[in-house]
Each structure stands twice: as C-alpha cells, then as structure tokens.
Design a protein around this ligand. Structure first.
Ligand SMILES: Cc1ncc(COP(=O)(O)O)c(C=O)c1O
Length: 392
C-alpha cells in the first residue's frame, strides 16, 4: 500500500536508517560516557565508539582516520574551512576562488570574509551548471590561498569536474576544498583519487542523524592547517573544541558503512527510477531538465514546467508529494533559485522548476504515483491559466 506523502526531497534530508538508530541508542543511556573521560571505562567505551565512527567515515572517503574531524554539520565544516584557511594562510594571501552556484554555507561565509578583507572570485557556470576550467586557472593569482568548488550541487545534482579542478589547484600550489555534502554516500568519493585537500560532509544527507558532520584535512602534501573557529577544551586535536556527540558519531559511522555497502546497487536502482520519472515528466509539453544530464548525481532531476509556478504545482499535488522548488534553506524566501538563474534561466522559468530527489526508501510505486499526480496537476494549472497557449 502506498504511504503518503511520497518523499522525494532526499537532498534536503534523509530519514535515519533503522540500523543507524539501533547503533545510536545504547550511547544515550547505557554507554553515555564523555569520550574525553579517559579515567574510567564509560569514557573509554565512548571513545571507542568515536574511533570506530571516524574509521567508518575515513574508509568511505578514502582518508586516514587522523585526517577526519567531527563538526556539527556541513555548514560548520564549510565555515571552518573558509574562515580557518583565511586566517591560517594570511601570510600567503587573501584570495579565494569559488563558484556562484555553491551552497549558502560557502557563499555567505565568503561574503563574511569579504568584509574582513578577503578577495573572492565567484566563477560563473554555463547552462549545464558547470564551471569553466580555463576560467578557473586564469583566476589564480599569487595571492590565491584556496579554491572551493562543490562536488555535487544540491538543487540540480550537477557534478563539477573534481579531478580536473584539483589538478589545476595542485599545479599552482593552491589548496583545494570541496563541499561534498551531496556526494558522500551517493558516489565513490575518494579524497586521494579526487585530489581533495579539505572536504565537508554531513550525516543527515546519508541516512545518519542531523547535527553531525565532518571535515577532512589532508595531512601530507600538502599538510592543511586551519585556524580553529571554536576554542575550548582542545577536542578533535584542537581543530574543533566541544564535547563530542557520541551517539551521533556512532550513527554517522554506521550510516557511512551502510552507504559503502549499498552504493553500487543503490545508485543503479535510483538512476533507473529517476530516469523513468524524468522521461515521463518530459512528455508533458513545455518541460525541460535543468543541468547536465551526464555529469549528475544518480538520484536527482530538476525540471522546469513552463507557465507553472513551482509553489502552485506543489500545492496542486495536494501536498501528497514532498518536493522542493529549490534548496531547503532558501525555499522559504520564495525568491527564484540563484542556482538556476546562474545557469541562464529566467525568473519565471526558475520559479516553475522542481527538484525531485530520490533515495533509499523510494519505490517504483511511488514514482508511478508521482508521474500521474504531477502530470494531472500541471494540466490543471495550465487550464486555469489565461496565459498558457493551448498549442504548447
Ligand atoms: C551542498 C550542501 N552544503 C552544505 C549543506 C549544509 O549542511 P548541514 O545541514 O549539515 O549544515 C547542505 C545541506 O543542505 C548542502 O546540500
């Protein structure tokens, strides 16, 4: 039996996998120790859970365990990376290169740094949502301390050419950071083959709990050094003070282990369901896909419906499908998506765009329901519209 609402907003957040919850539970009650309490067994038990979680995450991204530091999420990890690098590499320069389609956790941090004297280059993207590698290389100056380009875009799923970007960064001796929040757990991200020096990620995008994330910092060639943004007891080897959230770390670790196991089969399954959905929706006249369809996450498609308001479409779908017309953090503003606008969409078309993001618990039945419901809703809205030509 189909359970409503159908959830197709996995890029906003994912439910915890039941195995993740099971892993976490004992750390709230029985094994509640502080991972920094080395003087008794409760603390040591908690520390062992943190060590395991760190190992599980490190394995998923191809890192060494000592290169992984826990944070409250990817927003904090991005803030730490950008602000920490700006302070730590001040003697080298003050120039950071990023892209206009980054998440607000990067863009707003860059705005903050501009007020503190940073010079930021915001690379444009083409209509497929991709940056231009020649423009990236041309933007590098002797003052450039960091290149920050996301792995996968949250709204469109578009994948930037990460190994090519890191090769350019390395050639010029610039540290390369990637906000890989949407990629970790969905794709085989590997900090070494991808050439990433700093990586940000978050548990709640991969069936782990909310409020826990991590930052990866390369230890050798180059050794990345960031100035801590939270001072205190020196936890996480001084990179991020604060008592560790042991249950969340245990859950994050389990989520990473499961993601590694499920990834090959799951990405195939999701790509098939996503393609079925996309093909069916593109049969509706006046529709198009936003972003590259070859360089894209397997679970996402972002579709524009001409002459239809995304918000109205979601209402017309009777709230029986949980969808998003942009990223969760900006959808409250009702402004057209800056990501889609940067790709050349008009305000109107950007407003008529919907992100469909599938995940581990999405079924074929749910996709069929979505196709029928959205197709009917678009037709209904267009019939009501005095502007929509019957010829389209
Ligand atoms: C690409 C990207 N970066 C950063 C974040 C922020 O992550 P968190 O919710 O863990 O702070 C998100 C989540 O929306 C995201 O999609």
């Amino acid at each position: 039996m189909l359970k409503l609402p159908v959830y197709l907003d996995y890029n906003a957040t994912t439910p915890c996998d039941p195995q993740v919850v099971e892993t976490m539970l004992p750390y709230f009650t029985q094994h509640f120790g502080n991972a920094a309490s080395r003087s008794h067994s409760l603390g040591l038990y908690a520390e062992a859970a943190v060590d395991l979680g760190r190992e599980q995450l490190a394995k998923l991204i191809g890192a060494e365990t000592q290169e992984v530091y826990f944070t409250s999420g990817a927003t904090e990890a991005n803030n730490l990376a950008l602000k920490g690098a700006f302070e730590s590499y001040a003697a080298k320069g003050n120039h950071i290169i990023t892209a206009v389609t980054e998440h607000k956790a990067v863009l707003d941090t860059c705005l903050h740094l501009e007020k503190r004297g940073a010079v930021i280059t915001y690379l444009p993207v083409n209509h497929e949502g991709l940056i231009d590698l020649a423009a990236l290389e041309a933007a590098i100056t002797p003052n450039t301390i960091l290149i920050s380009i996301m792995y996968a875009n949250n709204e469109t799923g578009v994948l930037q050419p990460i190994p090519a970007i890191s090769a350019i960064a390395r050639k010029h001796g610039v540290i390369f950071m990637s906000d890989a929040t949407q990629a970790v757990g969905k794709l085989p991200v590997n900090v070494n083959t991808d050439g990433i020096d700093i990586l940000a990620c978050s548990a709640h995008k991969l069936y782990g709990p909310k409020g826990i994330g991590a930052i990866y910092l390369r230890r050798k060639s180059p050794r990345v050094k960031l100035t801590a943004q939270i001072d205190g007891g020196g936890h996480e080897r001084g990179v991020r003070s604060g008592t560790l959230n042991v249950p969340a770390i245990a859950g994050f670790g389990k989520a990473c282990e499961l993601a590694g196991e499920f990834m090959p089969a799951e990405s195939q399954r999701l790509a098939t369901l996503r393609d079925q959905l996309q093909t069916a929706l593109l049969r509706i006249p006046g529709t198009s896909v936003n972003g590259s369809i070859t360089q894209r996450l397997p679970n996402v498609t972002n579709i524009s419906f001409e002459q239809v308001e995304g918000e109205a479409l979601m209402m017309a779908a009777d709230k029986s499908i949980a969808l998003s017309s942009g990223s969760a953090c900006t959808s409250a503003s009702r402004a057209p998506s800056y990501v889609l606008k940067a790709m050349g969409l008009s305000d109107e078309l950007a407003r008529g765009s919907i992100r469909f993001s599938l995940g581990r618990f999405t079924t074929a039945e749910e996709i069929d329901y979505t196709i029928t419901t959205i197709t009917a809703a678009v037709q209904k809205l267009r019939q009501l519209s005095p502007f929509y030509p019957s010829s389209i």
